[in-house]
Ligand binder design. Structure first.
Ligand code: FES
Length: 140
C-alpha cells in the first residue's frame, strides 16, 4: 500500500490532537467493522470555528485525514466546515489508497456530528443544516 508524503507527514505529526474542555460542539463517530472511533471537539464563537481538536482510536489514515481536516476548518466559518467533504480531505492529502478512503469519511462525519451537537445545544434542529450523520460500515 502506497501512502503519499503528506499522509505520512500528518500521521507522524498530526495537528490539532487533543481535547477542548469548553468545546460547544462535540461529536463522536465509530466504525462498527474496524472498531475505529473518532471524537471531534469544536469551539465556535460568532459562527467561526476558533478551535478544533480531535482524538481517535483509529488507523494511520484516520489520523492523517483528521489532522488535515481540522487544519482545513480551523479559523473558518461554520458554513465552510459544513461544505467539507471527505473528497476534499483526500485531495488535500494528495490521495489515499482506495481501501483507505472510508477512513476519511470518519473525519468528515465526526466534524458533522460535532456541528450537529453545536446546533442541538442551541435548540436548533441540526438535520436540515448538517444532514444525517451516518455511522458506516466497511469491509477490510
Ligand atoms: Fe477503519 Fe481506517 S477508519 S481502518
Amino acid at each position: 500500500m502506497e501512502y503519499s508524503k503528506k499522509v505520512m507527514e500528518h500521521f507522524a505529526n498530526p495537528h490539532n490532537v487533543g481535547v477542548i474542555e469548553d468545546a460547544n460542539g462535540v461529536g463522536e463517530i465509530g466504525n462498527a467493522k474496524c472498531g475505529d472511533i473518532m471524537k471531534m471537539y469544536l469551539k465556535i464563537e460568532n459562527d467561526i470555528i476558533v478551535d478544533v481538536k480531535f482524538k481517535t482510536y483509529g488507523c494511520a489514515s484516520a489520523i492523517a485525514t483528521s489532522s488535515i481536516a481540522t487544519d482545513l476548518i480551523k479559523g473558518q466559518p461554520v458554513s465552510e466546515a459544513l461544505k467539507l467533504t471527505n473528497k476534499a480531505v483526500v485531495e488535500a492529502l494528495d490521495g489515499l489508497p482506495a481501501v483507505k478512503i472510508h477512513c476519511s469519511v470518519l473525519a468528515e462525519q465526526a466534524i458533522k456530528a460535532a456541528l450537529s451537537d453545536y446546533y442541538t445545544r442551541q435548540g436548533i434542529d441540526p438535520v436540515p443544516i448538517v444532514g444525517k450523520i451516518e455511522e458506516f460500515e466497511h469491509e477490510h
